[in-house]
Design a protein around this ligand. Structure first.
Ligand code: URA
Length: 233
């Protein structure tokens, strides 16, 4: 989901259907403001969340939205689905339609799901280039051994996609529980990685995405807006 960045003069020209020479004149005359400040620079870059006024008339005022949800098992990480309830169905907020999911979880995975309408923000959290760790608590059917740690750190080759997974961290909490930190999100990645040891995952729960930790006060199925500190981190 890419953000819509544009030069200010181009944005106004397209939005108001006037030529750019006219827009430059308006800028020079101080008839344009961006986020409450007069804008005179034609090269200024604006995005979908810049509040833009021309002659005191608001021509764009989208609000950026950032939410966390405690996803229950059995709810699908999609915006629409024929069979199951979706994470969007669980939200109480209005203007839900503009939101997208920042890193999906499987149907039978619970935990932290982030939602936003800000494409640049979600890219920074999900693109492996930004090395944002996602921490999962994993319950296994069979006992863990220290061999797993090296295998996760080394990465595993997935023939179907012809990729080797990025180094992942595995901490053994007890005989059947581990914390796994991934820096990417491949299809059923954790289940497939434990599958190499023929050890089925019987419970999977996402605890955090980077510095954003699932709020313990959120009951399963509940959501809340992120705080300004969480949005920044
Ligand atoms: N790995 C999985 O197998 N499933 C998830 O939902 C997330 C990571």
């Amino acid at each position: 989901m890419e953000s819509k960045r544009a030069r200010l003069d181009r944005f106004i020209s397209q939005r108001l259907q006037i030529n750019r020479k006219h827009v430059r004149l308006m800028l020079a005359k101080g008839q344009v403001s961006v986020d409450g400040e007069f804008a005179r620079d034609i090269d200024m870059i604006v995005d979908e969340f810049s509040h833009i006024c021309v002659n005191d008339k608001l021509i764009q005022a989208n609000q950026a939205r950032y939410l966390m949800l405690h996803k229950p098992v059995g709810v699908v990480s999609a915006t629409v689905d024929d069979k199951h309830k979706t994470v969007i169905d669980l939200l109480e907020q209005n203007d839900k339609a503009s939101l997208h999911i920042v890193g999906r979880l499987d149907l039978n995975t619970s935990g932290l799901v982030l939602l936003t309408n800000d494409g640049r923000w979600s890219k920074k959290r999900m693109d492996p280039e930004y090395k944002v760790g996602k921490v999962y608590q994993v319950k296994l059917q069979n006992p863990l051994t220290s061999e797993y740690i090296a295998a996760f750190a080394q990465g595993m080759y997935f023939e179907f996609e012809n990729i080797t997974t990025l180094p992942a961290e595995l901490d053994i909490i007890d005989s059947h529980t581990a914390l796994v930190t991934l820096y990417e999100g491949r299809y059923h990645q954790i289940k497939r990685m434990f599958g190499r040891f023929r050890n089925p995952v019987i419970g999977l729960h996402r605890l955090s995405v980077g510095q954003i930790v699932l709020d313990k006060a959120l009951a399963v199925g509940e959501s809340r807006e992120l705080t300004s500190d969480e949005i920044k981190c």
